[in-house]
Design a protein around this ligand. Structure first.
Ligand code: GTP
Ligand code: MG
Length: 166
């Protein structure tokens, strides 16, 4: 019999990093050049099949604007997984991502599966120290592009594989 895991996942990261674009790519297979900035948060769902399970992701796409920061705990509390997104062309967004990781390590579910997504990989191939940082902090790292779809399904798939089996 197939195991079904209903999994809440939250996307966090700086304004403009590409959270909504990654979700749109994952859920609808689409990309738009002029994605509107998220207000509050948006909800989506998508199901993926991995070897031994069907994972139904309930996805909270949060707003990166600082004024919404205080809402974030409502979305990451109770989440089994998180994707922390930064824009590889924007160093400040990498710093912001590290702050989200710290906040999740301090306040989030201790068993949370965390992915770090260096998004907009279609734009350059200059690299940060993100891989090392991710390893040191127990996250897995992928460079993604919502635009070209590189590593987007893979990110969710890898999370699905790493979720604890009850
Ligand atoms: P907030 O909702 O304001 O927190 O931003 P967000 O993280 O949801 O970013 P959003 O998905 O709105 O993307 C911001 C801009 O970056 C949009 O104009 C997107 O088209 C663009 N963008 C997102 N992902 C990519 C990508 O992988 N490559 C490129 N070239 N552009 C991207
Ligand atoms: Mg958004």
């Amino acid at each position: 019999e197939m195991l079904i895991l209903v999994t809440r996942i939250v996307l966090l990261g700086d304004v403009g990093a590409g959270k909504s674009s990654l979700v749109l790519r994952f859920v609808k297979g689409q990309f738009v050049e002029f994605q509107e900035s998220t207000i509050g948060a948006a909800f989506f769902s998508q199901t993926v099949a991995v070897d031994d399970a069907t994972v139904k992701f309930e996805i909270w796409d949060t707003a990166g604007q600082e004024r919404y920061h205080s809402l974030a705990p409502m979305y990451y509390r109770g989440a089994a997984a998180a994707i922390i997104v930064y824009d590889i062309t924007n160093l400040a967004s990498f710093d912001r991502a590290k702050k989200w990781v710290k906040e999740l390590q301090a306040q989030g579910n201790p068993n949370m599966v965390m992915a770090l997504a260096g998004n907009k990989s279609d734009m350059l191939d200059g690299r940060t120290d993100a891989q090392t940082y991710a390893q040191e902090n127990g996250l897995f790292f992928l460079e993604t592009s919502a635009k070209t779809a590189i590593n987007v399904n893979e990110a969710f798939h890898e999370i699905a594989k790493r979720l604890p089996r009850l």
